[in-house]
Design a protein around this ligand. Structure first.
Ligand code: F0G
Length: 459
């Protein structure tokens, strides 16, 4: 059969309130053209993030009811620990409330002034936690990874040459670990190849630098290796995921992505001494080592989610539906980061709105146009998120790309929802000349994308 169906049935539904363009214009105005300020109930298709927005299965909900809420040594903890150990083979398993909690513990232990931590691309919370510790975060993705239209099967790869150069420049003793983010969210949800992981591992090994994975989307990365890398096409996603973890000395995981849960995270490591220190910090700020800031029911849901996510039919549907969205936008002439990644499509907003200068936020203007036209909520990853104003000179620095991310929640939307998104983006594209730029009227000191207020620039 050519048609790929959602490999699940729907037992419980949530209504979507359909608003009119006039209503949405008013909602946008009240939100000061910042979609983070729009109540979710006034969104038709919510593509703000794929994090914590998954639909759980009947088995996950059943596990929630079975959750053992004992403070120490709960049954749910032992199930969770067994599942994560079988999946990763890594001995020390610390449950945390989400990915950034794992990052905070890890970098409090290994970060600090004078340390340098490379990655293909650090996610914003990872970078923020590294910098908060006083260390420096360095992105070493291959050049293709920063060029939206260059096709490469593994645009998330870390450039081994850049890693060698960094080690030669700063010295291995200043590099407490090297991270690799799979898939590379900040670079467009692009996968990292097994060959690249081997190469990075070999360099790290030679210099006695531990290799850690940011493994939020490990299953999607494993499936893209199966699809794109020679020699892996007959391996199961589970075997590929295990081969990825076998190369790592540890990992941080936000289970809100491939854990298929609404909250949860994991910190993994092989080193006994580091694990002991991490457990002490875990107890200090998250919770006892057998629940780490979560309820027993959350551990059950994660254990089940980490199992279901490696189902090959699920991954086929998942990766294909994102790819389908990307292909249809490309056919209509919309420029996106190519090829489509695992969890999201990233529209090149600078190419979409060439008439809007970077100083008038083309990505944010496109986000607003998508909401106004069809009630779709996307997120700007461009000058609003990364533009910096020098407090002394007032001079503005802009990021290299103006992107709009359409992140697809897992198991939430059907094919017709995706068709609706395609139709909406294409219609907005056809009338792109009418999209107007924005100016900021109010902004906080940090993380301005969440709360900044905008107004339309006169047309
Ligand atoms: N690492 C990566 C690669 C991520 O994408 C995220 C979260 C985190 C770490 C942090 O995990 O949110 O559980 O603390 N990404 C979300 C997103 C927020 O929308 O891409 P967290």
């Amino acid at each position: 059969m050519k048609t790929i169906i959602e490999p699940f049935k729907i037992k419980m539904v949530e209504p979507i309130a359909l608003t009119t363009p006039q209503e949405r214009e008013e909602i946008l105005r009240r939100a000061h053209f910042n979609v983070f300020q729009i109540p979710a109930e006034q969104v038709i298709i919510d593509l703000l993030t794929d994090s914590g927005t998954s639909a759980m299965s009947a088995e996950q909900w059943a596990g929630m009811l079975r959750g053992d809420e004992a403070y120490a040594g709960a049954r749910s903890w032992f199930r969770f620990e067994r599942v994560v150990r079988e999946l990763t083979g890594i001995p020390h398993i610390l449950p945390t409330h989400q990915g950034r909690a794992s990052e905070r513990i890890l970098f409090e232990l290994v970060g600090g002034r004078g340390k340098v931590i490379p990655s293909n691309n650090h996610f914003d919370t990872t970078r923020a936690n590294i910098e908060h510790s006083g260390a420096e975060a360095v992105d070493l993705v291959i050049d293709e990874g920063t060029q939206p239209r260059t096709r490469h099967p593994f645009k998330g790869n870390l450039d081994p040459r850049k890693l060698e150069e960094l080690i030669a420049r700063v010295g291995a003793r200043h590099i407490p670990l090297c991270m690799v983010t799979v898939t590379n969210n900040s670079g467009g949800g692009q996968p990292v190849s097994m060959a690249n992981l081997h190469e990075v591992r070999e360099i790290c090994h030679r210099h006695a630098i531990p290799l850690f994975l940011d493994a939020c989307r490990f299953a999607e990365n494993a499936y893209l290796i199966k699809r794109r890398e020679r020699g892996w096409d007959s391996a199961s996603p589970r075997a590929i995921a295990r081969a990825m973890f076998d190369l790592a000395d540890g990992a941080t995981i936000s289970a809100k992505k491939d854990g298929l849960v609404n909250i949860g995270g994991v910190l993994l490591m092989r080193d006994d001494q580091l694990a002991e220190r991490a457990n002490n910090l875990l107890i200090l700020t998250e919770g006892f080592v057998t629940y780490g800031g979560l309820a027993g029911r959350d551990l059950e849901a994660m254990a089940q989610g980490f199992t279901e996510v490696l189902d090959e039919d699920y991954l086929h549907y998942r990766v294909r539906s994102v790819e389908y969205l990307g292909e249809h936008l490309l056919e209509a002439g919309v420029h996106i980061v190519e090829p489509p990644g695992g969890h999201a499509i990233y529209i090149d907003a600078a190419a979409f709105c060439p008439h809007i200068p970077q100083s008038q936020f083309p990505g944010q203007a496109l986000v607003c146009a998508l909401y106004r036209h069809a009630g779709i909520r996307a997120v700007e990853i461009g000058s609003v998120m990364f533009g910096r104003v020098d407090p002394d000179t007032g001079e503005v620095s802009y990021p290299p790309m103006e992107l709009v991310r359409l992140a697809v929640p897992r198991r939430v939307y059907t094919q017709s929802h995706i068709d609706y998104v395609v139709e909406a983006v294409v219609e907005v594209f056809e009338r792109r000349n009418t999209i107007r730029g924005l100016r900021i009227v109010e902004e906080p000191r940090a993380l301005r994308h969440f709360t900044a207020q905008f107004e339309a620039v006169a047309g």
